[in-house]
Design a protein around this ligand. Sequence first.
Ligand SMILES: C[S@@+](CC[C@H](N)C(=O)[O-])C[C@H]1O[C@@H](n2cnc3c(N)ncnc32)[C@H](O)[C@@H]1O
Length: 209
Amino acid sequence: MSCRRFVEIYSTRIADYLKHFESERSQVLVDIEKACEERELEPVSPDVGVFLRFLVNISKCRRVLEIGTCLGYSTICMAQGLTSEGLIETIEVDQGRASEAEENFKKADVASKIRILHGFALNILPTLKRDYDLVFIDALKTEYPQYLDHSLRLLRKGGIIIGDDALLGELGWGDGAGKKALDEFNRRMCNELKGVLVPLGDGLTLTTI
Ligand SMILES: C[S@@+](CC[C@H](N)C(=O)[O-])C[C@H]1O[C@@H](n2cnc3c(N)ncnc32)[C@H](O)[C@@H]1O
């Protein structure tokens, strides 16, 4: 079955089926979903949020780097799976969104585990040092290959890289540049780094180094 056909089926029948088993989300997550819908912002889908929380929890991550905070939905999901000594640093270029995310972290009672780095990802990433267990990539799609280069430099051995929206290019989103960058990112993640693309949400590509 082609990827497009699978996603078509996935995003209707299977997604409807999965709704029966959605775990209860904290009120702050439900509020962020609503706020994002009203303003056409794009957090990860609830199933991806649960998956991220699960992955952070089973991998016993201590240091997480997120590229693309928005209102903090995925950050909160990961923080809920993080050990009490863990820290998430999350990069966001939009000051208004970063401030809202900070408020949401307080409401979710995870503010002590999160530090927002405000600015353009490609300006901030070169200033960071190698010390991360997991990098979650979810900002500008055309910059995914560059985020991947930085992730490889910043991750400890055995660390995990996750890229969101991996199938957006294939689903016809954006211009040619976005698709080209996502294709390159997926190819390097899956072929060179022996990772996997999972059709969850808008597609997640994962690997470990
Ligand atoms: C898809 S949203 C992130 C969603 C978030 N991970 C979640 O699931 O709740 C992408 C975010 O990346 C930010 N962004 C876009 N380009 C950026 C850049 N070059 N540097 C840093 N942040 C950027 C946008 O302002 C936006 O809030």
